[in-house]
Design a protein around this ligand. Sequence first.
Ligand code: GTR
Length: 426
Amino acid sequence: MQINRESTLDSNLIRSTIVAIVVLATAPMPLLADEPWQADPEVVARFSSRRDSFNYEESKVPTYRLPNALQQADGSQVGDAATWKEDRRPELLELFRSNVYGRRPNIDATIRYVETGRIDGVFDGKADGIAMETVIEIADRTYSFPFIVFIPKDAEQPVPAVIHINNREFSPLEEAAQENDPFWPARTIVERGYATASFHTSDVDPDRKDGYAEGVRSFYANGKLPADEDWRSLSAWGWAASRILDHLSGIDTIDADRVAVVGHSRGGKTALWAAAEDPRFAIAYSNNSGCGGAALSRRAYGETVERITNAFPHWFCKTFSTYSDREDELPVDQHELIGLIAPRAVYVTSADKDLWADPRGEYAALVASAPVFELLGQASITEPTMPALDSPRVMGKTGYHIRTGEHNLTAQDWNWFLDFADQIVK
Ligand code: GTR
């Protein structure tokens, strides 16, 4: 993969024009006959018969117009980086808080990190493995959640790091040090020259609709039920990633300016929101994140706002559910979530059998975020047609691949992630 920086005036002009067309055109975008990737009709038929109340046909995507990330609420156009940073970005962040992910509490807490276990010289002596507990104290109350870190040994300079949001099985340190789990291949990550940490979502905020009382949100609210616009689980998990970044920032063999956050599916939604809320993350990786992640809500392809807010009411603030069946009235869409991360790096993935997550909607959101990258002086993917299967596309600060196979985070995804990270932070 090559970072391809377009530098001539002409190519910039062409790029801006394409971006303008992509952003302003009403959809569905016509599919070109020679699109390198299109959903396999057999897969479309399978999904349609399994869940017949959801749409998997490109021709049935409703006509929509995306909100313009660079237009402020008062109608004025953002024309320079300073206005973006000082006015529009905070405005957009607030819109996402109040309409999608909720607002984090503004309450003072003391946070300590306690080492609970340690194995020196794991991975044939290449790293140290450490089990940690994050202890949060408010007055005389405490809440804690564990995480694991692997730090390469004997690096000549501070190393970049990858924080992984684990929404599956969380192995204790002893196991994580033994097996290279494809979902979090700590050994591979270390061998590629990165430190890595992982925590489990439910240890921070239980991933159940009735788990509120046991999680960190309830701890912060001292048991009081959340208001409509208060943070929900995705935001709590993203907050936890930031608390781990705080810890890594205090380790002198880790370079805190070069830390990526990676998540799959609900974890991929979380990774994007984590990096929007916390500008210290250098890269956000959204793997197969779908609805409420990288996929455009307005396409209503596969999972919809109505379905996700019914099935997982604890993920999004209450307001998001009011946009069921009226996605086109949302004041934001997910390309603007990616825009909030610019000029830092964003890598989005899809899988060709993961139509529930809307691969084309994930790619389209990435492309539609391009005006923000451009305003901030960064190249990003602007090509309207998706790349072919298993052919990562990287342009400047954004990357994308669609992998053959199911909804999953695999060793292959990680290899491409680390290739991208090598270009961005090494
Ligand atoms: C599904 C949900 C998706 C996705 C997925 C996952 O049930 O509909 O939005 O988040 O779970 O996290 O694996």
